[in-house]
Design a protein around this ligand. Structure first.
Ligand code: HEC
Length: 191
């Protein structure tokens, strides 16, 4: 191979390189890349409401009136066994670790005579509506931080509805619990 032929080969290689380089520049101009303003991917997750399948963690509860519509007094009485270590339910029965709960649905909060409520409970306003009882019994410390009721709570919404139905029966004047049939095809979905 003489030097002239070598020059031709080198020229071809160089020419190809130049061609690829210009192609790259041209492509960059045509297909401009826009760096994302926020790093990472955006993932749209659809939140699901309504009753979950068995085994799923913390399914969303149906609205309280829907749960009352299918509540069961017997199951509620059974559930109330979780409370008897600290509470009595009968009329005129004494306070224990916790106050007597006769007539608790509709009763003013922290109002049982002779019971020494925590400052946190004394600070609660109004009466024990079914809705407030539902929230308190789900997680007492979440609703009343500093409450002296050392009870973890009842996570299952249906059980709370059973229990409140039972509590409501322990009264001179049981309240009219709001009841609403679940919509056909499951609970009304929260959008
Ligand atoms: C370990 C004892 C204990 C258990 C178990 C317990 N409680 Fe209580 N409960 C208390 C105490 C103590 C208070 C007073 C809370 C305060 O003053 O902060 C209380 C307060 C309450 C109140 C508010 C009463 C009022 O007059 O304002 C309700 C309602 C109540 N409990 C319901 C229940 C129910 C229903 C259960 C069973 C699912 C239960 N508790 C289980 C100890 C207990």
């Amino acid at each position: 191979m003489d030097s002239f032929e070598l020059n031709k080969v080198m020229g071809a290689v160089l020419g190809t390189c130049l061609f690829l380089l210009s192609l790259n520049i041209a492509a960059g101009a045509i297909f401009a890349t826009h760096p994302p303003t926020k790093p990472g991917y955006e993932i749209a997750v659809q939140e699901q409401a309504g009753p979950g399948k068995p085994g799923e963690a913390a399914p969303a509860d149906d609205p309280l009136p829907v749960r009352f519509a299918s509540a069961d007094m017997g199951r509620g009485e059974n559930s109330a066994k979780k409370c008897v270590a600290c509470h009595t339910f009968g009329k005129g029965e004494p306070n224990r670790v916790g106050p007597n709960l006769y007539g608790i649905v509709g009763r003013a909060k922290a109002s049982e005579a002779g019971f020494n409520y925590s400052a946190a409970m004394k600070g609660q306003k109004g009466n024990w509506t079914p809705e407030d009882l539902d929230v308190y019994l789900a997680n007492p410390k979440a609703m009343v931080p500093g409450t002296s009721m050392t009870f973890a709570g009842i996570p299952r919404g249906k059980e709370r509805a059973d229990l409140i139905t039972y509590l409501n029966s322990k009264s001179d004047k049981p309240a009219d619990l709001p009841k609403q049939q679940a919509a056909v095809g499951g609970a009304p979905k929260a959008q």
